[in-house]
Design a protein. Structure first.
Length: 263
């Protein structure tokens, strides 16, 4: 199915911000899944609470609390709700983006700063359009340009053997997967599979598996905020807590405690 053939999901808008920006506030329970679809507008999807997973042709984006995802217009994507979510979405008409000189044509996750969070929520909490709207939108767009956060992104390969191997790992990321065994399961050699991971994801097989494992840990905390960091480290298959902290910092640039403290 081509992009042009993807179903366009209708949106039930809850308000407008000037000419070309629309608001949608909704709540979805855990387990909700929106299959692959497109919107004619670009969208900024913010998880005010809860966690979602957004899948695009590039890969899988985990969006825990304190994160938002930018989805360009007519980009095919699917959304899965991992923990009950309060979603706040801004839809931007392409004409509005052009008029205001914004060319955000690739998907990405952003770390939502206090300023960005309050600017988004202020648009939804106002009783009627007012003169602050333009300023709030300008602040939101300025923040987007400097808040990209790729730490919860897992690139997904397209080559069939490599994708099968990736799916096996993602089904049990806490397990240490042997490259030779995995290659045999998908019908290729370890050397070829290693080369495919590097060319398809721009990560080594080891680095890709580590990213998948760390994303799994983040997902666990999102679903159960009371989950112990040390217990999560053990559940993810790390031999020691320092080893988990080292791997976590390699992927996210933060310690687990620092990351959890941002939620």
């Amino acid at each position: 199915m081509t992009v042009a053939q993807k179903p366009e999901m209708p949106i039930l808008l809850k308000g407008d911000v000037g000419d070309g920006v629309h608001l949608l506030s909704c709540r979805y329970p855990r387990g909700t899944h929106h299959d692959v679809h497109i919107h004619r507008q670009a969208q900024l999807v913010f998880a005010a609470s809860g966690t979602m997973q957004v899948t695009t042709p590039k890969g899988r984006w985990l969006v825990p609390p304190g994160r938002a995802v930018w989805v360009p217009a007519r980009l095919e994507h699917a959304i899965g709700v991992l923990a009950d979510i309060e979603m706040r979405t801004l839809y931007f008409e392409t004409d509005w983006l052009t008029r205001n000189h914004h060319s955000l044509d690739a998907e990405f996750v952003v770390c939502v700063s206090p300023l960005l969070r309050e600017s988004i929520l202020a648009l939804f909490e106002r009783q009627r359009p007012d003169e602050r709207d333009g300023l709030l939108l300008r602040l939101i767009m300025l923040e987007l340009h400097q808040a990209e956060d790729p730490t919860t992104f897992i690139p997904l390969p397209h080559e069939p053997r490599c994708r099968r191997a990736a799916d096996i790992v993602l089904a049990a990321p806490m397990v240490t997967h042997d490259l030779d065994d995995l290659a045999r399961q998908v019908g290729t050699s370890a050397r070829t599979l290693s080369r495919l991971f590097a060319s398809e994801t721009h990560l080594s097989f080891k680095a890709w598996c580590q990213r998948a494992r760390i994303a799994c840990a983040i997902e666990r905390w999102a679903i159960n905020p009371r989950a112990s960091i040390k217990q999560t480290a053990a559940d993810m298959g790390y031999g020691s807590f320092p080893a988990f902290c080292h791997a976590f910092r390699q992927v996210t640039g933060k310690t687990p405690k620092e990351f959890v403290g941002e939620r």
